[in-house]
Write a protein that binds this ligand. Structure first.
Ligand code: C2O
Ligand code: CU
Ligand code: CU
Length: 428
């Protein structure tokens, strides 16, 4: 039993091989293993220390996606860890219960390192998550699902090689993995099950549904609980977004199966056991979220996604690690207006087939004010750190910047980020 309020973790970034198909070994990366990393679980109020060791032959960084920490602990491209070196960030947890994640952020190499397997979940609990009558038995009815796609070669292995299409659209594979497994199944009790779904893919956007079109409830978005559970039949997650959803298996018989699908294509199944599960109705109120009043904002800053392929940029600029693009005063509230003007396969040719760009900013959680002037859907009324912005769309978000330092904002299609669709803001 660790000391109250303290949490310490070791993460070793290492190279290995992983067998995704029988007898076929791919070269992969992992933390403390061959592929992906351990789930880090902390509490709000904890003082956390992580001992990161880089045993890769390449440099790396470890970024805490969604965590509200100072720039020096954020693990962005300035926090490079050379091969054989260590990095020991320490930070307090000062935010509500949420499903966050961690992944490398090395300049121009984030896509490659994540694709090879460097990613893990970072779960915060607090008094509210403890007290809610929701499924919370970790591994039993509270299940982390890291969803990623891979492009396997005919020999059953994968590599990170970008063709022209990948440079344009981001690397999108034809096989969906869950927690590193192809076509996995999960045994579930006859009751409510909480799935913490992370889109850990480099580029792909998913439209998740159950194979019987059964409704489910989303209870949390990127930065924590929604005020009320949102009933839905599908949830769209762009790269890096998370959703905690509650699926009810109460009506199923022992031996029944249900599939989780993307655009109707199954990629994992649930097998119902005879065990009785969590039956209680979901609470009508999960938490309270104080709405940030737009009148508190000292300014509106504009971010425009432009260009395509190797020319992707924000506000006409590509990432320059020696340039700070935006300076923000500590503790001030701002509205950020994000517009997707960028083309896609057709967009560049004057068509209207542009592509989505998920906008992400480090060190902060924001609230969505509106999408093209319309209020956000119920599942976007909580805290968010990554926002899908459709072609031609304008999304306004509001945030208070409570942590000093240099942080990134970028498109979370990792091939776009690596190509330069990223900028830096400094909070001081
Ligand atoms: Cu998921 Cu810049 O990060
Ligand atoms: Cu991040
Ligand atoms: Cu993009």
């Amino acid at each position: 039993n660790p000391e109250q309020g303290k949490a310490e973790f070791d993460l070793i970034a290492q190279e290995g091989t992983t067998e995704f198909f029988n007898g076929k070994e791919s070269d992969t990366y992992g933390y403390n293993g061959n592929y992906l990393g351990p789930v880090i679980r902390v509490r709000n109020g904890d003082d956390v220390k992580v001992n990161v060791k880089n045993e890769l032959s390449d440099a790396t960084t470890v970024h805490w996606h969604g965590l509200e920490v100072d720039g020096t602990e954020d693990g962005g491209p300035h926090s490079g860890i050379e091969s054989g070196e260590t990095w020991d960030p320490e930070f307090p947890i000062e935010q509500p219960a949420a499903t966050l994640w961690y992944h490398p952020h090395l300049l121009h190499k984030t896509g490659e390192q994540v694709y090879k397997g460097l990613a893990g979940m970072f779960i915060i609990e607090d008094d509210i998550s403890d007290s809610l009558n929701i499924p919370k038995e970790y591994g039993e009815n509270d299940i982390p699902l890291i969803v990623q796609d891979k492009q396997f070669s005919s020999d059953g292995t994968f590599e990170y090689n970008l063709n022209r299409h990948d440079i344009m659209m981001g690397l999108q594979g034809d096989t969906v993995l869950v927690n590193g497994a192809v076509n996995p199944y999960l045994e579930v009790p006859q009751g409510k099950v909480r799935l913490r779904v992370l889109n850990g893919s480099n580029a792909r956007t998913y439209n998740f549904k159950l194979s019987n079109d059964q409704k489910f409830h989303q209870i949390a978005s990127d930065g924590g609980f929604l005020e009320q559970p949102a009933e839905m039949t599908n949830v769209v997650l762009s790269s890096a977004e998370r959703a905690e959803i509650i699926v009810d298996f109460s009506e199923f018989e022992e031996g029944d199966t249900l599939e989780l699908t993307d655009q109707g294509t199954p990629f994992m199944s649930f097998r119902v056991t005879g065990e009785e599960g969590h039956q209680a109705d979901l609470p009508g109120q999960l938490t309270t979220i104080e709405e940030i009043n737009p009148s508190e904002a000292v300014r509106t800053r504009e971010f425009v996604f432009q260009g395509m392929g190797r020319n992707v940029n924000i506000n006409g600029k590509q990432m320059d690690i020696n340039r700070i693009d935006e300076v923000i005063s500590l503790n001030e509230t701002e509205i950020w207006e994000i517009t997707n003007e960028a083309g896609g396969m057709m967009g560049g040719m004057g068509g209207n087939g542009g592509m989505i760009h998920p906008f992400h900013a480090h060190g902060v959680q924001f609230q969505v004010l509106d999408r093209d002037g319309n209020p956000p859907p119920p599942n976007e009324t909580g805290w968010k750190d990554t926002i899908l912005v459709s072609p031609g769309e304008k999304v306004r978000v509001i945030a208070t910047f409570e942590h000093p330092g240099v942080f990134m904002y970028h498109c979370h299609i990792l091939e776009h980020e690596d190509a330069g669709m990223m900028g830096q803001f400094e909070v001081e």
